[in-house]
Design a binder for this molecule. Structure first.
Ligand code: LMR
Length: 394
């Protein structure tokens, strides 16, 4: 049997982990996978997470199964964090999933059950796992152009025109904030326009919200999603706690649905539960319980928010530092967009060849055509990095 299988190469992000690990040079820089790093290059366990884990270990007296939707106090906490009461409780439901990827996967399976012939539109460029999951699940997929590499801005007019050509019932994947890979985000006004298009064309949004708190702040990052949720009859959100709670390997996420009325929402919720059962049964508890403990304790919530805000500010400072270093080094303002972008990533206007040259000649690791993890930037090495970027002709 196994001889019938073809090799499955990892996606470009995962592939880079192996290449970086195999590089024996002392001077190397990992700007690849989206993992937050502090100034010592460490990915810390957040203070509130440590405390919540201490309490969990001390107080947990059983590891018996919970329900198929996971820990409902976690799901409710995520709904409040994302929607802040914008949607009537009877129209919203969710399932705990293993990470944001698990949420996107479950939601894609739900689309296949509810609208097997729908086309799912995703941004070009996007996180490589979007098209990969759509293909795996067997959904029709098309792209909408999102980014103008020459200006570093969202190509909103093209995006809007493309979405107007979608058919009623089609699904649109949107990045809730901190667009991955570009770092170029929709303004609130553009969210309103996309909402109007979805309403006029009968499209269903699927928002991937993996970086809430990493862009302009926890509430500001959810502004567009909240506006949309307030106006759309149906919508889906795949949320991740990997980045904003730093729970990467614990796999904590939520698949959230907004239905047009209480009855359809209840049926959709049952479908989410069944999909969990079919794919992995009960979702993993530990990380979700940690999030629930934090979100249900005002002191821990405050401490978590403060640390998250420090991380966000740190990334902003690094962004500005790199934009400045590149302005000096390139003697131009063509990299100024880096300081305007928000979130964990920025897309440098490179080519695969130039990104390869950076890796081979300078030991700098970037994804694809120049996606960089802002949190991986070296505070004291920005000038050297800018020199290398300009030297390879990016
Ligand atoms: C990334 O884009 O680097 C992260 O979302 C990690 C991943 O799973 O790809």
């Amino acid at each position: 049997m196994f001889e019938n299988l073809s090799p499955t190469p990892p996606d470009k992000i995962i592939e880079l982990i192996g290449l970086y690990a195999a590089d024996t040079r002392e001077q190397k820089l990992d700007l690849g996978i989206g993992v937050y790093k502090d100034e010592n290059g460490k990915t810390p366990v957040m203070r509130a997470v440590k405390e919540a884990e201490r309490r969990l270990v001390a107080e947990q007296d059983t590891k018996a199964y919970l329900g198929m939707l996971g820990d409902l106090s976690f799901v409710d906490g995520m709904v409040d964090l994302i929607f802040a009461g914008e949607v009537a409780k009877e129209r919203i439901c969710g399932a705990q999933t293993p990470g944001g990827t698990g949420a996107i996967h479950q939601l894609c399976e739900l689309i296949r059950k509810g609208s097997p012939d729908a086309t799912v539109w995703y941004s070009d460029p996007t996180w490589p796992n979007h098209p990969a999951i759509l293909k795996h699940v067997g959904l029709n997929a098309k792209t909408y152009s999102y980014y103008d590499a020459a200006t570093g801005q969202v190509s909103f007019d093209v995006m809007a025109e493309t979405l107007k050509s979608a058919a009623p019932g089609d699904v649109v994947i949107l990045h809730g904030c901190c667009h991955n890979p570009t770092g170029a985000n929709l303004t609130l006004d553009q969210w309103k326009q996309v909402t109007a298009i979805c309403l006029a064309e009968g499209l269903v949004p699927l928002v991937d919200l993996a970086y809430q708190g990493f862009g302009d702040g926890l509430d500001a990052d959810a502004e567009g999603v909240r506006y949309m949720a307030h106006h759309m009859p149906e919508m889906m959100v795949g949320a991740s706690c990997s980045k904003n709670f730093g729970l990467y390997r614990d796999r904590v996420g939520a698949a959230i649905l907004i239905g047009k009325d209480a009855e359809t929402t209840e049926v959709a919720k049952g479908n989410l539960a069944t999909l969990n059962r079919l794919n992995f049964s009960f979702p993993p508890d530990h990380g979700a319980k940690v999030v629930s403990i934090i979100l249900n304790d005002p002191e821990l919530t405050a401490d978590w928010k403060a640390e998250l805000e420090d991380m966000r500010q740190n990334m902003l400072t690094l962004r500005e530092g790199l934009a400045e270093a590149l302005r000096r080094e390139s003697n131009s303002d063509r990299f100024d967009y880096i300081a305007e972008h928000r979130g964990m990533f920025t897309q440098l206007g490179g080519t695969v060849e130039k990104v390869k040259a950076l890796r081979e000649e300078h030991g700098v690791y970037m994804v694809g055509t120049g996606r960089i993890n802002i949190a991986g930037l070296p505070k004291d090495g920005l000038d050297d990095l800018a020199k290398a970027i300009v030297a390879v002709g990016i």
